[in-house]
Design a protein around this ligand. Structure first.
Ligand code: FAD
Length: 472
């Protein structure tokens, strides 16, 4: 056994939280290592999450648009337009590979030591690393640890995943062929994005959701509109419905569901069943006990407001602890954790973490929604502007959706922005900036926005909270 190697900072997990923390720590002058067991950097997000799902979403959208939305644009298709599914998957894999490789280069550039193996605490100062290539175990000592081990799909009690016919988000991203029928348990963002992909490719998709609405966390009005538009695109919804069993029977999956209110039972059949009911923190193999680290009743590592566990030198960030399970949230925490170690202060505004659903149209929001404001008894005003009245959206023949501003009734301070429409995910960045600077809706309405752009709808919706809109 080799003598232990000592680092200033050791990051466990190379996902968006961990790799960003490692780069930042190195940039701040610390001798830093990042331990990752997957064999590739980028974590869930790059390997089996954000990036592969967006590749499939983008290319399936292009296909669908070319096939079904071309003629009235003056584009005549004279040959056959069809999907080459293995190529579609290959394009996704290529995007993933380029990006994960890119992080390795960033590690080299910033002098972060990349250790390929599984990290496991020996005690609160020492980590044992089992290399993925089966070589000798390595002992590592560090002044500071940042735990960023992420999350995994939450299993559905009684339903056995085989990643072939009954799949998680990981399996659905690497199917061998396009299923004829796909059932999805869970009408959250991951479920609906995958529903969109396969529906565009010709699959008959059914989304089964326990609660009466889709898109957990969305403003209710936006969620309703999104569901309406997705249904128009051909998705079947079974809301207020619980799944009571899901079993593979040869090449099909038999699913039993029950209406939550009426108790009415129904049997469904699908070629593939996707279980997408959420994610849970992942700490397997980390040997938390040896370091005396504690988790709450949902498996989240317990930390204070500086990401510290009960040992001040062990910090935790990303999906494995509190807060929304989003890549950009993990990244922000990665930066802040490194800064806390160096300077004793860091910054993440948890009231300003955007969410995006990359369906078409996209849905994006940041800040509070109407339901939350009512609950908190805060008086507010709403301003709305539909894309049907926006010149660019009209020109692009892409007019579904609206921008909705919620502002404080007295001060007009922006409290929340909810967008359903083309490019909502890009447009929400402006709302984030407004929230961060404590802008009022008048500040936005008086800011000159380029014409003709979709962002003029953003400006007009802001105007709508305190004055008449011009174009609607
Ligand atoms: P992870 O990305 O999960 O990384 C943790 C890493 O730690 C893993 O690579 C794991 O192998 C490694 N690890 C774990 N234990 C050990 C150990 N003991 N030793 C060494 N290594 C270890 N978020 C968005 O913001 N936008 C999106 O569009 C989006 N789309 C998504 C789509 C899907 C299908 C899924 C599943 C998720 C999506 N997410 C999205 C969520 C996003 O992927 C996560 O929030 C993000 O990856 C969390 O980052 P993390 O660094 O905390 O953890």
């Amino acid at each position: 056994r080799f003598a232990s190697t000592k680092y200033d900072v050791v990051v466990i997990g190379g996902g968006p939280g961990g790799y960003v923390a490692a780069i930042k720590a190195a940039q701040l002058g610390f001798n830093t290592a990042c331990v990752e067991k997957r064999g590739a950097l980028g974590g869930t997000c790059l390997n089996v999450g954000c990036i592969p799902s967006k590749s499939l979403l983008n290319n399936s959208h292009l296909y669908h648009q070319i096939k079904h939305d071309s003629a009235h644009r003056g584009i005549a298709i004279n040959g056959e337009v069809s999907v080459d599914f293995p190529k579609l998957i290959e394009a996704k894999d290529k995007a993933v590979k380029t990006l994960t490789g890119g992080i390795e280069l960033l590690f080299k550039k910033n002098k972060v030591t990349y250790i390929k193996g599984e990290g496991s605490f020996v005690d609160e100062k020492n980590l044992k690393v089992k290399p993925i290539d089966g070589g000798e175990e390595q002992d590592i000592e560090a002044d500071h640890f940042i735990v960023a081990t992420g999350s995994e799909p939450t299993p559905f009690p009684g339903i056995e995943i085989d990643e072939e016919r009954i799949v998680t988000s990981t399996g659905i991203l690497s199917l061998k062929e396009i299923p004829k029928r796909l059932s999805i348990i869970g009408g959250g963002i991951i479920g609906l994005e995958m529903a969109s992909v396969y529906s565009r490719l010709g699959t008959e998709v059914t989304v089964i959701e326990f609660s009466p609405a889709i898109g957990a966390g969305m403003d209710a009005e936006v969620a309703k509109q999104s569901q309406k538009l997705l249904a128009k695109q051909g998705l079947n919804f079974k809301l207020g419905t619980k799944v009571t069993s899901g079993v593979r029977d040869g090449e099909v999956v038999k699913i039993e569901v029950e209406n939550v209110k009426s108790g009415k039972k129904e049997e469904l059949e699908a070629d593939v069943l996707l279980v997408a009911i959420g994610r849970r923190p992942y700490t397997e193999g980390l040997n938390l006990e040896a370091a005396g680290l504690e988790v709450d009743n949902r498996g989240r590592l317990i930390i204070d407001d500086q990401y510290r566990t009960k040992h001040e030198h062990i910090r935790v960030i990303g999906d494995v602890t509190f807060g929304p399970m989003l890549a950009h949230k993990a990244e922000e925490e990665g930066i802040a954790a490194a800064e806390y170690i160096k300077h004793g202060h860091g910054h993440v505004n948890y009231g300003n973490i955007p969410s995006v659903m990359y369906t078409h149209p996209e849905v994006a929001w940041v800040g509070l929604n109407e339901e939350q404001l009512k609950e908190q008894g805060i008086k507010y005003k709403v301003g709305k502007f539909p894309f049907i009245a926006n010149s660019r959206a009209k020109t692009n023949l892409d007019t579904d959706g609206f921008v909705k501003f919620i502002a404080d009734a007295e001060t007009q301070r922006v409290l929340g922005v909810h967008i359903i429409g083309p490019n909502a995910g890009e447009m929400i960045a402006e709302a984030g900036l407004a929230l961060e600077y404590g802008a009022s809706t008048e500040d936005i309405a008086r800011t000159c926005h380029a014409h003709p752009t979709l962002s003029e709808a953003f400006k007009e919706a802001a105007l709508g909270t305190f004055d008449k809109t011009i174009n609607f």
